[in-house]
Design a protein. Structure first.
Lengths: 98, 212
């Protein structure tokens, strides 16, 4: 029996789940684009990004494009964790349907 | 709410984020209808020029269509800007940048080859290059493009290829039947492809939106 306890708590929060989904759908995103897409405040977004970076799910790199731009991308560990999260969700849904 | 329903809710969040992150409608329906109408008007203009016995040079044909493209693209750009403003988003969004990057190779190659063809008065070849490269540019958008736009890309590739094959085989007979020469036949191809396909696409998108 698989239940919600098996889900990765770091990813499970809606804001962080949205960030992980964005990064997994299209490689690298800069801070401004993520902020605009998710309509989050700077503080809120930074907190979520730091939480994900702390567990090694994402990484950042700074780039100079006239001004400093911070790009975020998923690490191999992050991609694996996101796939596991999706697999468990799928199993829970299938379980409920059977 | 049981676990299965909660999981479905989370999957819905993921799905909507995936769609928002990847799909970018680079060509709005009104812009497609406007562009299609413009293509028909310009096509009819060239067709009647030839019918009236007026000489049209290859470069004149090329640059007139470039101006029509700039007018059509400017209108599309205006609509995209208005949409971005109403949604509180940047005009130069990640989706627009990616669209530019992916379409650039086909647009640049198509522009260069067709210019050389038009200079040599081979306006039919110039038109085929436009149709095929435009279709290739749309398809190069990949997952960024909505399904309707991908269908438009395929429609350009298929109609461009069919027109090319038919034209190569029956050029003389078709010219005689239609009573047209090189500018007239190229204009008919532009009306059929850039004109009608764009209008069909625009109307299709509006109808699907109204239904949903």
């Amino acid at each position: 029996m698989i239940d919600f306890d098996k889900l990765d708590k770091i990813i499970h929060e809606k804001g962080r789940l949205s960030i992980m989904t964005l990064l997994s759908s299209r490689g690298t995103w800069n801070f401004q684009d993520i902020k605009e897409e998710l309509k989050m405040s700077d503080g809120n977004l930074i907190t979520h990004l730091r939480s994900l970076q702390k567990v090694g799910y994402l990484n950042k790199e700074k780039e100079l494009k006239g001004r400093k731009v911070t790009n975020y991308f998923l690490t191999a560990k992050g991609k694996k964790a996101f796939n596991n999260y999706l697999n468990i969700l799928e199993k829970i849904v299938k379980q409920g349907g059977s | 709410m049981n676990d299965s329903e909660k999981a479905l809710d989370q999957l819905k969040v993921i799905r909507s984020m995936m769609e928002r992150a990847t799909v970018y409608r680079a060509l709005s329906a009104p812009a497609a209808i406007f562009g299609g109408t413009l293509a028909i008007v310009v096509g009819i203009y060239f067709y009647t020029q030839e019918k009236n016995g007026e000489f049209v040079s290859g470069t004149q044909y090329f640059w007139t269509w470039v101006v029509a493209l700039i007018i059509g693209d400017s209108f599309n750009g205006f609509l995209l800007l208005r949409r971005a403003k109403s949604e509180g988003k940047k005009f130069f969004s990640a989706g627009l940048k990616l669209t530019f990057l992916r379409t650039a190779p086909a647009v640049i190659a198509g522009g260069l080859i067709s210019y050389e063809a038009a200079k040599g008065l081979d306006v039919e070849l110039c038109t085929f290059v436009w149709v095929l490269c435009y279709g290739a540019a749309i398809l190069a958008m990949g997952e960024v493009a909505p399904r309707s736009l991908k269908r438009l890309g395929w429609a350009f590739i298929i109609s461009g290829t069919l027109l090319f094959l038919i034209w190569m085989k029956f050029k003389a007979a078709l010219s005689a039947v239609l009573g047209v020469d090189y500018i007239g036949s190229a204009s008919i191809m532009m009306i059929v492809t850039f004109g009608m396909l764009h209008i069909g696409h625009g109307i299709g998108v509006i109808i699907r939106k109204a239904k949903s």
